[in-house]
Unconditional design. Structure first.
Length: 54
């Protein structure tokens, strides 16, 4: 029975690690979407500037 608390602790640590990785992926996705929107806005502004220059 002495291994049971260790197994429980190992399982809890594994679960926490999985949650942390999932949260990290979610943060990365949010960051990527934000950067994508920023890049799209910059491209649109560049197109407008080019159109005005012609």
């Amino acid at each position: 029975m002495s291994l049971m608390p260790e197994d429980l602790a190992r399982a809890q640590m594994s679960a926490r690690l999985g949650e942390a990785q999932q949260m990290q992926r979610a943060r990365n996705l949010v960051r990527a979407r934000r950067l994508s929107r920023k890049a799209e806005k910059a491209a649109q502004q560049a197109r407008l500037a080019l159109a005005r220059a012609l």
